[in-house]
Write a protein that binds this ligand. Structure first.
Ligand SMILES: Nc1ncnc2c1ncn2[C@@H]1O[C@H](COP(=O)(O)OP(=O)(O)OP(=O)(O)O)[C@@H](O)[C@H]1O
Length: 395
């Protein structure tokens, strides 16, 4: 059975704000567009407004101001609010949300109830869809007799069976263990793309976001702080928050020594110089003290040699503090100048704790930011191993 259904709508979110009765401003002037068939991931920490935004798109919540349009037609805003059942969408929830009194096949067939087809046709399509998600043999079981991963597959089949124009995913993998997450993530990606639907997927997991997205929107305290391709987000984060939330080895304080053009600075850090992309800096507004934020993938590790006292630009010396086996190689924690640490520094060989090393930093993965938040740490908020292998040559 081919999955491609009707036409997938483009999606426009325009200046959308939402506050709750508590007075809490959950979304503040959020604006982005998705093309027909695009897979958008909204990434942000807990409380950043992800669920609120996806619920507004679904029509489960009403917005305060702004507009949501599918294919240029307003579904919410300006006094209009189309109910969820009139939006040609399906949603996959974190907690599966299956009907406990219905068998798997009945849960899936239920999504076809509004279409003009007989019960046997609905059942046939539901069985086909369960087969597509690998659950043909579980069709007659009730949700309570299925594992979490199986229940989420039923929920995925239910979302896909009516071939909706828009698919919404509310952290669908967060209740599953690591191995299952990875397998189901791949299935979600391939089935959604085969279906041709426009998709909006929310998560706080950056590796999931990078693996799935055509576009990633990063939410921070109700604001969409960056909306771009995964490659652009990784190589050109616009704020320290975005850089930190998408995986850093660490941050080193320094001061600007010179500019190269308008986009690159040379920062003096201890006894070395680091060439870095000028994050939020403006060469016309001097900002002497900055932090260099360093991607894990930007750091290449080699054992120190006797002539290493001559430091080239973007080379640091350090000491291995910790080493962890990661299958394909090893992640190291390296202490560099003034006790600052870089974590998740990948190398094919184990370098023992206490050994002296040389770090070469690719300028493409180094970002100089002024005005970084107070209380800046050298430990990234997120240091995801799976991103350590991302190439820095995507810019
Ligand atoms: N029903 C509600 N009533 C009052 N405040 C709410 C309600 N729902 C969410 N909020 C608040 O709005 C803000 C955004 O919440 P939201 O659930 O959208 O964030 P989130 O990024 O999805 O977080 P999480 O990942 O923890 O679900 C939070 O500060 C939250 O406390």
């Amino acid at each position: 059975m081919g999955l491609a259904g009707g036409t997938a709508p483009s999606l426009r979110i325009d200046g959308v704000s939402k506050s709750y009765v508590s007075g809490k401003l959950a979304l503040d002037q959020v604006r982005f567009q998705a093309r027909s068939g695009e897979f958008v991931v909204l990434l942000g920490p807990s409380g950043s407004g992800k669920s609120t935004l996806i619920r507004l798109i679904a029509g489960i919540e009403t917005l305060d101001s702004g507009e949501i349009a599918f294919d240029g037609k307003t579904v919410a805003g300006g006094g209009k609010h189309l109910p969820p059942e009139e939006r040609d969408l399906a949603m996959v929830f974190q907690d599966y949300a299956l009907w406990p009194h219905m068998k798997a096949v009945e849960n899936v067939a239920f999504a076809l109830r509004r279409l003009k087809m007989g019960a046997s046709e609905r059942r046939r399509k539901a069985l086909e869809m369960l087969d597509r998600v690998g659950l043909a043999t579980h069709a007659e079981q009730y949700p309570n007799d299925l594992s979490g991963g199986e229940q989420q597959r039923v929920a995925l089949a239910r979302a896909l069976v009516a071939k909706p124009g828009l698919l919404l995913f509310d952290e669908p993998l967060s209740n599953l263990d690591a191995d299952l997450r990875e397998r189901l993530r791949v299935e979600i990606a391939s089935l959604t793309r085969e279906c041709g639907s426009t998709a909006v997927y929310i998560t706080h997991d950056q590796s999931e976001a990078f693996a799935l997205a055509d576009k990633i929107g990063v939410l921070h305290a109700g604001k969409l702080v960056q909306y771009s391709t995964p490659e652009a987000l990784y190589t050109a984060p616009e704020t320290p928050f975005v850089a930190r939330f998408t995986g850093l080895a660490g941050e080193l304080p320094g001061c600007i020594e010179s500019w190269i053009g308008d986009e690159t600075v040379v920062v003096r850090v201890g006894d070395t110089r680091i060439k870095a992309r000028a994050g939020n800096l403006d060469r016309n507004k001097p900002s002497a003290n900055v932090h260099v934020l360093i991607r894990t993938a930007a750091a290449t590790l080699t054992p120190a040699t006797v002539d290493d006292h001559q430091r080239a630009t973007n080379e640091l010396s350090g000491t291995v503090c910790d080493v962890a086996f990661r299958g394909r190689g090893y992640d190291h924690v390296i202490e560099v100048a003034n006790g600052h640490r870089l974590v998740g520094v990948f190398g094919p060989d184990r370098l023992d704790r206490g050994s002296e090393v040389k770090l070469s930093l690719d300028p493409v993965g180094c970002f100089a930011f002024g005005d970084v938040d107070a209380g800046v740490t050298t430990t990234p908020l997120v240091a995801d191993r799976s991103l350590a292998s991302l190439s820095m040559s995507t810019s």
